[in-house]
Write a protein that binds this ligand. Structure first.
Ligand code: GRF
Length: 211
């Protein structure tokens, strides 16, 4: 499975995917890393791992659909099967999602995934850990989901839970969540690569083995 990873920031989830592929824990390879932010830490991580990386600056680009078509072109040029959003701070457009809709191998599953630092459907959008803390939630966590046109609304593939502890600030809670992200995202990608995921309505089914 050829992965295209889209990242705007530091890229710790990209790193987890790179490491899992290199270690053979995920039967996939990072075919290309694309970033809309020049200087994003993710680009340096890609370079160090020897993965192709491209910058497609989005700043000042008003036409989101046209921008996304350039993304699609780049992903197709690298023959990407599955797109992983990893701290990609933009919403993708319907045209992008059509380009990476279900294919012959994906068993009805769309081919764009995202990781969110909250237990969806609670606390979608930005600053999910802060939202959980301010709300007074006793548990927090992360969610890997397929991407649809909404903000963090697509079918849930996997979730992991962490406690919210007395005295936590946003940084402490975020660090606890991130540690789980780095385990959960590669796991979800491996299930996809193994052909074990399928979609029944909006519920994601996980088979024990590929059917
Ligand atoms: C992660 O917390 C992820 O859940 C969210 O953005 C953050 C990206 O962090 N979507 P990193 O760039 O992977 O370190």
């Amino acid at each position: 499975t050829r992965l295209g990873v889209l990242a705007s920031g530091g890229g710790t989830n990209l790193q987890a995917l790179l490491d899992a592929c290199a270690a053979g824990r995920v039967d996939a390879q990072v075919a290309v890393v694309l970033s809309n932010v020049p200087g994003a830490g993710a680009l340096e991580r890609a370079r160090r791992a020897g993965a192709p990386a491209e910058i497609l600056p989005s700043k000042g680009v008003a036409d989101r659909a046209a921008y996304d078509l350039t993304l699609v072109e780049a992903l197709r040029a690298h023959r990407v099967d599955l797109v992983c959003l990893a701290g990609y701070m933009r919403l993708v457009t319907p045209g992008f999602l059509r380009a990476f809709g279900p294919d012959a191998a994906s068993r009805g599953c769309p081919r764009v995934m995202n990781i969110h630092p909250g237990l969806l459907p609670s606390f979608p959008g930005l600053h999910a850990a802060r939202q959980a803390l301010e709300y007074g939630a006793r548990i927090a966590g992360c969610t890997v989901h397929f991407v649809d046109e909404g903000t963090d609304t697509g079918p849930i593939i996997a979730q992991a839970v962490v406690p919210v502890l007395q005295g936590d600030d946003e940084a402490a809670l975020s660090a606890r969540i991130q540690a789980e992200e780095h385990r959960l995202y590669p796991q979800a990608v491996q299930w996809f690569a193994q052909g074990r995921l399928s979609l029944e309505g909006r519920r994601v089914r996980l088979d024990r083995c590929a059917p």
